[in-house]
Each structure stands twice: as structure tokens, then as C-alpha cells.
Design a protein around this ligand. Sequence first.
Ligand SMILES: Cc1cc2nc3c(=O)[nH]c(=O)nc-3n(C[C@H](O)[C@H](O)[C@H](O)COP(=O)(O)OP(=O)(O)OC[C@H]3O[C@@H](n4cnc5c(N)ncnc54)[C@H](O)[C@@H]3O)c2cc1C
Length: 384
Amino acid sequence: MSGTFDVVVVGAGYIGCAVACHAAMAGLRTLLIERGEIGAGASRANYGNVQVQDAELAHSLPLTVAGLARFPDLEAQLGAAVGYRRLGSLLLIETEAQWQTMAARLARLHAAGIPAELVPAAHIPEIEPLLDPRTVLGACYHAAEGQVAPFALLWAYLRRGRAYGLTVRTHTDVLEVGVAQGRVIGVRTEQGTIHAGAVVLTTGAWTNLLAAKLGRTWPIQHVRGQALVTEATSLRLNNHIASAAFFEDIENVAGGAVLAISQTAHGHFLLGEAAYPDPALTSQATADGARAIAAVATHFFPGLRSLRVLRTWAAPVASTPDGLPCLGPVADVSGLFIATAFKSTVIVTPIVGELMVDLILGRSPAIDVTPFLPDRRSADAHHP
Ligand SMILES: Cc1cc2nc3c(=O)[nH]c(=O)nc-3n(C[C@H](O)[C@H](O)[C@H](O)COP(=O)(O)OP(=O)(O)OC[C@H]3O[C@@H](n4cnc5c(N)ncnc54)[C@H](O)[C@@H]3O)c2cc1C
């Protein structure tokens, strides 16, 4: 494989598919390269939740708000169904410390126009009848979130992009990014060299493997996140639900699993999440992980005990120590960009596609990406 493109996007997860689509729609000759199948990384593992509940508050709310605002029109824009539906979410609170953490977030969320309220346990059955209210002190309720069908969204971006000339190559490993005299010149793949004036790394947890070839590292870490899916049932969950323990160190949580429960539009429960450190970047799901997930889920939702589990899976998920994504141009390498390690990826997918095209074309992006620059100093970091 060889050729010349304006833009090469590496990695076909949510972010890569959106960036590639928007670049093609902007008239750029664009190639999207993926080493596996479409969505082979973390994007095949997720629930599709369009969530504000865990937004980083200091710098990321403009991204969150702009992303959320794009979902109601996304199907029309992409010309395809993506399974979008509005849902609420609950972050379950089990300790006084978690109540205080959630309470401290409300003012900033409200200032950004995001509805959020603390609900005591006694009122939770009105919002979520399946939850055993004796297991919690209360919850932080976000009334306006949503959910998409993950693969429907990925493929909607690809089909739209292809209509504008996007080229997609799967099963092609990018071995390194080519740089000459401080400028990106393309990528070397296991099947040949591609020339391009801009390269965008949307490579998730694998990004620092390519960085190492450039003698760089970016503040990207990862865990292997595991979940499982049950058979479809007539029981109905009204919201997607996670634990406020996600705001604490996961090591503090007995058994290593923290509640993250959603339901597909077809009635399957999606139960998670166990998270493990995994330097080898494998996707191995474990029986211990599945047991820990089932124990946590049925503690809060005893009515799910009789449901049969269909399968379990795991994937490496990228994050950063300061909770901010890596989004923007790489310092000292003109034409090289990164977009990865978002705290909640689905909600920002549409806006990141737009912003990246502005950055590639040298236009001022609609949202200031300075806090998210991949080469930011750690002194700029903060904890949400
Ligand atoms: C159980 C679970 C549930 C989740 N639920 C949600 C949810 O409801 N909502 C939400 O917002 N987030 C959720 N997440 C997190 C979400 O899945 C990830 O944040 C998101 O998928 C990341 O997307 P991405 O495009 O940045 O990266 P990825 O999907 O990881 O894509 C990176 C791609 O790059 C490819 N790649 C890497 N290196 C190379 C190379 N050298 N050459 C070619 N290709 C390469 C990989 O194969 C991969 O396909 C969940 C995660 C888990 C584990």
C-alpha cells in the first residue's frame, strides 16, 4: 500500500471515525488506517452512553456541552440511524464523602446549563424502581443524557465519510509516523508508506507506542476495563447508572469492580466495570472480573440475580492523570495531531471531529484546546 493524502487518521474508534469523516466532508483527501477491524480498541467495549456524569469540570465543560448539543441532530447530519435516545443517569452515593464530592460539582454543572441534582435514597424508587434504595445514601441525578448504538455510530461516520471520498484501510498496522525537518511527512505501515501533510493519532491506549518511536511520551495511561452482557429481559432500567466511587481510587473498592450498569434498547443489561492495570495492553476478560461485576450489580439490583450472562469482554481504555484529554497539535512536529484519552468519549465524538478539522486547516477552533495540548506541562495538571 502506498499513496498520498492530505490527512492520515490512525485508529478507527469513535474519535478516528469522526475525525476522518469530518476531514473528508471538509474536502481533504483522507485515509483512515486501523490495525484491526473498525472499533477494534476500546470502542467495541462500551455502552454507548452519552454521559455528562463524570465530566472534568475545570476545563472540559465546553467540550461536554458542545458534544451533547450535537446528538439530537446527528442522525440527520450523518444520514443514518445511530440509535440515539435520551436517558437520564444516576451516580450512586454510598458515603458521606461521596455526597460531598457530588454536592461540590453541582454549581459548576448548573452554570454550564447541565441539569443535576442530589436525590436522597427515599426518592430513588420514583426515578429507578429496580434499584434497592437500602444500598445507598442517595444519588446524583443527571436528567439529560443519552445513549447511542456504538457500532451504528461508527459506521454512520464511515459511510458519510466515504460519500465524500474517505478511504478506509483496516488490518493495517501503522509502524511509525514519518517526520522530516520538524514536519510530519506521513506514516510507515506494514504494507507500505503513505505520504501526508497531516497525521492525526486517534490511537487510544496504544498512542505512546507510536510516541516512543518519535522519542516522545504523552501523559496517557490505561486500564483494561471489563464488562458483561445479560440475556434480554422485560425488566426495564430507566437510566444508566454508575457509582460515585468512580471519583475515588479504584483500588479502594472491594473486589475491584465498580458499578456501571446500562441497558440496550433491546433489553440486554450491560454490567460493569472491573478495571485492571495491564501494561501489555491485552483484551483478556477474566472469570474473577466477571464474578466481581456480577456481585456488585446484584448487590444494588437484586432483581437481576436470575438473569443469564451471555458473554464478557475487556479492552484497554486510555485516560490521563489530570483527567484532561490529549487533544491538539504536537509541539515541534508541524502537522502531527493527537485526539485521545477523553474522560467520556462518546459525548465529545462529534465536536472533536469538527475541532480537529479546524486545527488541521489552521483555523481557530471553536473551543480553546490549550488546556488539552498533548505536551502540556504536568504542573498544569489538576485533579477533578
Ligand atoms: C465496559 C466499558 C464501557 C464503557 N462505556 C462507555 C460509555 O458508555 N460511554 C463512553 O463515553 N465511554 C465508555 N467507555 C470508554 C470508551 O469505550 C472509550 O473511551 C472509547 O471507546 C475510546 O475511543 P477512541 O476512539 O479514543 O479509542 P479506541 O476505540 O481505543 O480506538 C483506538 C484505535 O486505534 C487502533 N490503533 C492503535 N494503534 C494503532 C496503530 N499503530 N496502527 C493502526 N491502528 C492502531 C486500535 O486498534 C483502536 O481501534 C467504556 C469503556 C468500557 C471498557
